[in-house]
Design a protein around this ligand. Structure first.
Ligand SMILES: [Zn+2]
Length: 78
């Protein structure tokens, strides 16, 4: 799971491929667009970790001094 960085999917034809390198995934999207005219999209698994971390940060009690000072969520709220 950790080695999979991005999943390319195409709603037009059901394409679904998993890539370990973002550059390869991007090339796949561009090639697919060139070959078929489809607009494939990619899901970056890299972001999943960030979302999970944000969830963890939001899960702390929320009192000043008890929040994660490094959390983007905390900084955005001020
Ligand atoms: Zn397609």
């Amino acid at each position: 799971m950790a080695s999979k960085r991005a999943t390319v999917t195409c709603p037009d034809c059901g394409l679904e491929e998993t890539f370990t390198k973002l550059g390869t995934a991007r090339s796949c999207i561009e090639d697919h667009r060139t070959e078929t005219g489809h607009e494939a999209t990619w899901e970056l698994h890299q972001l999943d970790a960030g979302v999970e971390r944000a969830g963890d940060d939001a899960g702390v009690c929320g009192r000043p001094g008890c929040t994660n000072e490094n959390s983007p969520l905390v900084q955005d709220g001020r």
